[in-house]
Design a protein around this ligand. Structure first.
Ligand code: UD1
Length: 389
């Protein structure tokens, strides 16, 4: 049943998070909605897609996120089960709270699931970080991006190329608004609070690494299914890391998916080395400290491509494509793919001093969330004004 949008004119902005990369995007948005004059009432719904202490609680604490008003506790499952379960559990929350709009971020399953529920009930949806495309439809996130952008009402973008992508998909330009990057709002606000790398290694409770981090180190994260779900791919990638560690010691923060696959494939020996510190997934302030002082970062994360560009730290992305081309064109990011030889050569180039320096892209200035709050407030006010007769 369609709901009369008039009824939700004064309801809260219902903000949705589900998985780790959503949290750092939502924190500055919630602050900006509260700081707007007049304040925009907001409500935080967590779908529970990520639930581990390491994947969830530590990030909430580090980012100063409030406790969610509602937790749907969907947990893990196949894509179909997870998406369906979020939809089923989100619908009554919408009905009960009659929001003025739903605000979603990023490209995880929770983003698409909540968008689909809201749009079919006539509740407007704002999508933050819209228009990014890897043009790789084997990535679950690409499907989530394309579908969310097709049906959301307001599309807030981080880079101008996103507008070309949206136009190519037939989306009217009036729905898209270039506001900058909320991920970088979080980074700039939290930079002074970053945990020093020595402290992070000590707190991790692992053996003190046999290397001196003040003489340089690399940070590694890997979690994309395309990189970690097959032994034929994960094995050579870990072997490449082991080779690199002979030249540059590494700090490897392991996502639960990757840790489980290393065990399952019997690859633990590949990362057992005095030159590789293996840590659990890190909190936000810990990861910020690790990246900020690193010689280089090796990753398949989307967010870390942006964060390293903002920090001016060379990033080697272990994928064949990126949905964030500005990090390659203007920032410090290089796509190196999965070929161990190519990865090793790129590391050598950086160690020889020819790493990319890059510059910070337009509107990655710490004020993106403020621009979103201002635009959203004006848009909601216009939408709920009585029609002239
Ligand atoms: C999800 C997002 C991905 C994002 C990543 C960040 C989708 C399609 N993917 O992938 O875009 O980059 O989050 O981490 O939404 N698990 C735990 N504890 C948790 C969460 C997950 O142990 O708190 C394990 C479970 O075995 C689970 C697996 O990790 O099955 C995958 O979790 P899931 O949320 O399905 O996807 P991610 O790989 O984390």
């Amino acid at each position: 049943m369609m709901r009369d949008p008039w009824l939700s004119a004064t309801g809260p902005v219902l903000c949705v998070v589900g998985a780790r990369p959503n949290f750092m995007k939502m924190a500055p948005i919630l602050r900006a909605l509260a700081a707007h004059d007049p304040a925009l009432p907001a409500m935080l719904v967590h779908t529970g897609q990520h639930y581990d202490v390491d994947m969830n609680d530590r990030l909430f604490a580090g980012l100063g996120l409030p406790r969610p008003d509602v937790n749907l506790e969907v947990g893990s499952g196949s894509h179909a089960v997870q998406t369906a379960e979020v939809m089923r559990r989100f619908e009554p929350v919408l009905d009960a709270n009659r929001p003025s709009c739903v605000l979603v971020v990023g490209d995880v399953n929770s983003t698409l699931a909540c968008t689909l529920v809201a749009v079919k009930k006539g509740v407007p949806v704002a999508h933050v970080e819209a228009g990014l495309r890897s043009f790789d439809r084997t990535m679950p996130e690409e499907i989530n991006r394309v579908l969310t952008d097709q049906i959301a009402d307001l599309l807030y973008t981080t880079e101008r190329a996103a507008h070309d992508n949206l136009a190519r998909e037939g989306i009217d330009a009036s729905r898209a608004h270039f506001v900058g990057n909320v991920m970088i709002d979080s980074l700039l606000a939290n930079r002074p609070l970053a945990v020093p790398v020595t402290e992070t290694l000590r707190r991790a409770g692992t053996e003190p690494p046999a290397f001196d981090v003040t003489r340089g180190y690399g940070v590694v994260t890997l979690h994309r299914p395309a990189n970690v779900d097959q032994v034929e791919t994960l094995g050579p990638l870990l072997a490449a890391l082991r080779d690199i560690s002979a030249r540059l010691p590494l700090v490897l923060a392991l996502h639960p998916r990757t840790r489980a696959n290393i065990e399952r494939f019997g690859l633990r020996g590949e990362v057992s080395s005095e030159r590789i510190a293996v840590l659990p997934p890190q909190g936000y302030l810990e990861m910020l400290g690790l990246m900020a002082d690193a010689t280089l970062v090796l990753t398949d994360s989307g967010g870390m491509q942006e964060e390293t560009t903002a920090l001016g730290v060379p990033c080697l992305t272990l994928r064949g494509n990126t949905e964030r081309p500005i990090t390659v064109e203007q920032g410090t990011n290089t796509l190196v793919g999965r070929d161990p030889g190519a990865i090793g050569r790129a590391v050598e180039e950086i160690l020889a001093g020819s790493g990319k320096r890059g510059r910070v892209p337009e509107l990655w200035d710490g004020r993106a969330a403020e621009r979103i709050a201002a635009h959203l407030a004006a848009w909601l006010a216009r939408r709920h004004q009585p029609a002239e007769v």
